[in-house]
Write a protein that binds this ligand. Structure first.
Ligand code: PEP
Length: 253
């Protein structure tokens, strides 16, 4: 596994300033688990405030517009989130693909603009239950990635992939360890082909989909799982830190 396991909380459309106490609690506790890299992606409105609180954890955004500044009412671009204190951005999340009709091509443009702004990128991919039941999960996910992966030379420090089967997000269902290992292995194969094995080995592949304190350790000990993207369980410091502890224990196995 490349580097430390990476545990990222995606707060989605949750959180007002009252959530800053959770961010503070996560940050202070994360200082006891230095074997784990911890980060949160709050809504845009809290990025700067969480960045001000954070001594240890990384702070990122959940999306960005691909363009430079201009006449795009309601949009926020990569340099604006970097200016607010974000160090990374989650792109291609299935909720963006579904709610906003985001295509792989648009996601690729967002990735390139985020990299240009000096951000790290977490690129999400994942199949529906229908696609999995039809036996096409791997083909679908690899096609998503092929169309969206950035074509720059050294992805090592800038790119993370998050495999998130859509049917496991927010449902309480998780993929089996065998299914996760198979999909992550296939993604690794694509990264090897695209960037070469040495650079590919630096790219962590996170799993996302109903990761909780009680399943984190098993999931994080699965081959090729370099961390977790966590939705619901990242909204309280207690449950999110339970996952960080699971990651720390999985590292010791
Ligand atoms: C997510 O949406 O990225 C996610 C993994 O959500 P949850 O943990 O709630 O399934």
């Amino acid at each position: 596994m490349a580097e430390r396991p990476y545990i990222v909380g995606n707060w989605k459309m949750n959180g007002t300033r009252a959530m800053l106490s959770e961010a503070r609690a996560i940050d202070r506790a994360a200082q006891r688990y230095m074997k784990v890299e911890v980060a949160v992606a709050p809504p845009y409105t809290l990025i700067h405030a969480v960045h001000k609180e954070a001594e240890q954890i990384g702070v990122g955004a959940q999306d960005c517009h691909p363009g430079a500044e201009g006449a795009h009412t309601g949009d926020i671009n990569a340099s604006m989130i970097a200016d607010a204190g974000a160090k990374f951005v989650i792109l291609g999340h299935s909720e963006r693909r579904q709610d906003h009709g985001e295509s792989n091509e648009l996601i690729n443009a967002k990735i390139e603009s985020a990299l240009d702004a000096g951000l790290r990128v977490i690129l999400c991919c994942g199949e529906t239950l229908e696609t999995r039941d039809a036996g096409k999960a791997e083909e679908f996910v690899l096609a998503q990635l092929k169309a969206a992966l950035p074509m720059f030379q050294d992805p090592a420090e800038r790119l993370t992939i998050a495999y998130e089967p859509i049917w496991a997000i927010g449902t309480g269902r998780t993929a089996t360890a065998d299914d996760i290992a198979a999909m992550h292995g296939a993604i690794r194969g694509l990264l090897d082909e695209t960037y070469g094995t040495e650079a590919s080995a630096q790219v962590r592949i996170l799993y996302g989909g109903s990761v909780k304190p009680d399943n984190a350790r098993e999931i994080l000990a699965t081959p090729e799982v370099g961390g977790a993207l966590v939705g619901g369980a990242s909204l309280s410091a207690e449950s999110f830190l339970g996952i960080v502890v699971g990651a720390s224990e999985a590292e010791e196995v």
